[in-house]
Design a protein around this ligand. Structure first.
Ligand SMILES: Cc1cc2nc3c(=O)[nH]c(=O)nc-3n(C[C@H](O)[C@H](O)[C@H](O)COP(=O)(O)O)c2cc1C
Length: 311
């Protein structure tokens, strides 16, 4: 996820039980690779799990070249983005806009698969719009081109993130092709995870937003699928430890200025459950210094525990 699954967050997800954590989307246009944003997206050092790098673009040769360069840089899987609904991306005919042009999709997939000797996977939505829902056609085409696994977000591009994800089309795709299918969209807890797996027959699940501020969701789902029992809630001390470690890694990875800014959104996600009020968040967001951020968090948790003991 762009802006979220950076190297520190991917590492955390792996430690919390994720089977795979895909990089943020990287444009296939080499001209933008020199920017800080792209440069950091290409960092995979010390990554604990499989290094899957997602690329986005619309020119088959450029996509093939981007895939090759990323494999040379350590990617073990290349994932192709045909799900992004952002106008900025779609205007260049990349992301989900490609779903309207199956012939171009075929050219891109073939070019990338032929360019690298690592598995190539694909991420799509169910179509451009409810009237142009062609995920079955795209899945068949992907299978023919040598795509090794397909993730489907159960919404069309026109749906953006509105309404609820549906799983009927994911189920139909699963019944149509033999490649592994990964179901995605609105999976927020272990019970829903099992229900989606059973309903769609998918081989795996992808979790996006529900991992923000709750990366231990992977462990919770895995445990439930294996035992049928729910793990007890993560102890507060553990949440604090994990969050502080995450924030420290963000400071190290991005440097003080950017690290402090990026830490804010993660802290706000972490504290959703524990600090429903806005006051601490406002105070925290005004802090410009990395060590002050960590001290504020420590003080916050100390207070929180004292108040809890009193009540
Ligand atoms: C902020 C944000 C950034 C995202 N960036 C990407 C991306 O770079 N590549 C991608 O394939 N999907 C991206 N997605 C889509 C998610 O991977 C996922 O398909 C979608 O959020 C639905 O799953 P969820 O309900 O589990 O979040 C992004 C989603 C969000 C909210």
């Amino acid at each position: 996820m762009a802006g979220i699954t950076d190297r520190p967050f991917r590492s955390l997800c792996y430690h919390m039980g994720a089977g795979m954590a895909v990089s943020e989307m990287l444009s296939s246009n080499p001209q933008v690779w020199k920017t800080d944003k792209s440069r950091l997206r290409m960092v995979h050092s010390d990554e604990p799990g499989v290094r899957s790098v997602q690329i986005a673009g619309s020119d088959p040769d450029e996509m093939a070249a981007a895939a090759k360069i990323n494999v040379d840089n350590g990617a073990q899987i290349i994932d192709i983005n045909m799900g992004c609904p952002a106008k900025k991306v779609n205007r260049k005919l990349a992301g989900s806009a490609l779903l309207r042009y199956p012939e171009l999709v075929e050219k891109i997939l073939s070019a990338v698969v032929n360019a690298v000797d690592v598995p190539v996977t694909l991420k799509i939505r169910t179509g451009w719009s409810p009237e142009e829902r062609n995920c079955v056609e795209i899945a068949q085409l992907a299978e023919r081109c040598g795509i090794q696994a397909l993730t489907i977000h159960g919404r069309t591009r026109a749906c953006l993130f509105n309404g609820e994800a549906e799983y009927d089309n994911i189920r139909t795709v699963k019944q149509t092709v033999a490649i592994p299918i990964i179901a995605n969209g609105d999976i927020t807890d272990p019970l829903k995870a099992r229900a989606v797996l059973e309903y769609t027959g998918a081989d795996a699940l992808m979790i996006g937003r529900a991992a923000q501020g709750r990366p231990w969701i992977f462990r919770e789902i895995q445990h439930y699928l294996e035992t049928g029992e729910l793990l007890s809630p993560m102890p507060l001390g553990e949440v604090q430890r994990l969050m502080s470690e995450h924030i420290r890694e963000l400071h190290d990875f991005y440097g003080q200025g950017k690290g402090v800014r990026i830490a804010r959104k993660h802290v706000s996600w972490y504290l959703k459950e524990h600090a429903p009020g806005d006051q601490f968040r406002r105070t925290f967001n005004a802090i410009e210094d990395a060590s002050e951020q960590l001290e504020a968090l420590e003080a916050y948790f100390e207070n929180f525990c004292v108040n809890k003991e009193k009540s």
